[in-house]
Design a protein around this ligand. Sequence first.
Ligand code: ASP
Length: 339
Amino acid sequence: MKEVLKLVFVLFIVSCTSVKGPNQPTFGIVIHGGAGTILKENMTPEMEHAYENKLAEAISVGHKILKEGGSSQEAVEKTIHVMENSPLFNSGKGAVLTAEESIALDASFMNGNTLDAGAVAGVKHIKNPISAAIRVMKNSPHVMLAGEGADYFAANQGLDTVPESYFITENRLNDLRRVKKRESDQKVSINLIEEQYFKNQRIGTVGCVALDLQGNLSAGTSTGGMTNKKWGRIGDAPIIGAGTYANNASCGVSATGWGEFFIRSVVAHDIAALVEYSGLTINEASKRVMKKVKDLGGDGGVVVLDTKGNVAMEFNTPGMYRAHMDSDGNLEVKIYRDE
Ligand code: ASP
């Protein structure tokens, strides 16, 4: 009898220590690598594995930082570096090209604890634009810097710089030539812009939202924008409230999709506002806002995390490269809608 009581006591202690109470600190991380018409029939098993492995590698970097007590800011920055350094995604190396066959990278970051934020748009020489966004937040009196000034500022901050050629890949040059050919064939550029989106010439923006053990959320997004972009076009990714938002009072959001619609719908802030002011769950809020984007004619998706570690990965496209890892290390990596 004594032995049984002892066993019950031990089991009670184990259950108390292994099951997280409602107020026990937790952490989590969620990422995306772009949304669009990503269909299984257009993928080879090799490509699938390449994406899945890179997403798993990236999220594991951030997860390790969080597990060891590091900040959500560091987790977001280092996780995004892995994807920016991979030519698989439309950010950093392998980003899509402008109409001039050049590079113009956009990125933004927001700290959900302080509501500090930073962004860069149209940079050409900073190897990891997400770090430039963080430096703008930390070391400048501004929120957003663009063009040469942003490159100059980031280089002065000691960030790694590279020649434009570092970012440019053969695949992206071919994409650009194909899009340009269609444009000259059709001579109707507004229709072409729509068509370009449906033909996935911008898929691969990357983003990350993390929650650290201190209970702080951070979100970041990094992209090359859209193929054949002209006139200094800037999308939603570097715009705080459209492509990125984080607030400990609600949630952190990183978006990907047709930037013009995401700007007009102020997607990231809209989701956070629904959570904060209307008490919606992050799932309800994301669904509602992505429907709004769809009704306007736009497509894309979001990844969202709240301070309890709840996650939402919502998109209105056939696929979104995405991954989530909770504090127990449970990893989920997905590409298509029906997974
Ligand atoms: N939102 C990005 C842009 O419009 C592209 C994307 O995420 O697919 O620049």
